[in-house]
Design a protein around this ligand. Structure first.
Ligand SMILES: Nc1ncnc2c1ncn2[C@@H]1O[C@H](COP(=O)(O)OS(=O)(=O)O)[C@@H](OP(=O)(O)O)[C@H]1O
Ligand SMILES: Nc1ncnc2c1ncn2[C@@H]1O[C@H](COP(=O)(O)OP(=O)(O)O)[C@@H](O)[C@H]1O
Length: 197
């Protein structure tokens, strides 16, 4: 780590971009098992906000792992680093006035809390995309649970790698009881209640 670095203040900050955009900015952090519905809900929410002319950016697990984090795998150390980098990127987008929607398993509470703590207070909304593992496994949209059961993937979340359910998330979405659109609408209501939009 270099010590020869200096923080530069810029003349425009998040509040200026928020004024320009006409809405608050921050991070909506979706966490949950593979197949619980994070990507589907994130995409629907993104669409609903776009229709309301809200400036958003969607960061999604598989996509980020194709680029920024393509050097990372699924060991616990790599997952920690994955979430750390994504948290920093989300913070930058939020600072640019966007509402950032993230969809990562993010299995460790400590890592989610670290992201919460790098953002200004109140600008991080943790959402548990909750679905029983039996249902996720039945959905198995990418066939990964089957592979994990067959021993073709080691360390699969929920099978032989841990998932720590949020201890104090702002919202829990039960995706075995409500459909994608209903879940996304619950998030829109939450953003309205919080005065973000
Ligand atoms: N071992 C293992 N465990 C869990 N998931 C796996 C694994 N290997 C590959 N995949 C695929 O990677 C997606 C999860 O990536 P994330 O970046 O969200 O994971 S993490 O937050 O770092 O735990 C996850 O996507 P989602 O199904 O959208 O959650 C899987 O498609
Ligand atoms: N309420 C719901 N919310 C999200 N996805 C749902 C819901 N009900 C059923 N599904 C289905 O479950 C699957 C979830 O897949 P995906 O969104 O890729 O999950 P994840 O990103 O968590 O791995 C999709 O096929 C989706 O259509």
């Amino acid at each position: 780590m270099s010590s020869n670095i200096t923080w530069h203040d810029t003349s425009l900050n998040a509040d200026d971009y928020r004024k320009l955009n006409g809405h608050h900015s921050g991070v909506i952090w979706l966490t949950g098992l593979s197949g619980s519905g994070k990507s589907s809900i994130a995409n629907r929410l993104n669409q609903l906000l776009y229709e309301k002319k809200i400036h958003t950016y969607l960061l999604d697990g598989d996509n980020v792992r194709h680029g920024l984090n393509k050097d990372l795998g699924f060991s616990s150390e790599d997952r920690v680093e994955n979430i750390r980098r994504i948290g920093e990127v989300a913070n930058l987008f939020a600072d640019s006035g966007k509402i950032v929607i993230t969809a990562f398993i993010s299995p460790y509470q400590k890592d989610r809390d670290r992201v919460r703590n790098i953002l200004p207070k109140g600008d991080f909304i943790e959402v548990h995309v909750d679905c029983p593992i039996e249902e996720c496994e039945k959905r198995d949209p990418k066939g990964l649970y089957q592979k994990a059961r067959n021993g073709e993937i080691n360390g699969f979340t929920g099978i032989d790698a841990p998932y720590e359910s949020p201890s104090s998330s702002e919202l829990t979405l039960h995706t075995d009881r409500a459909d994608v659109n209903e879940c996304a609408l619950q998030l829109v209501s939450l953003l309205e209640d919080k005065g973000w939009i």
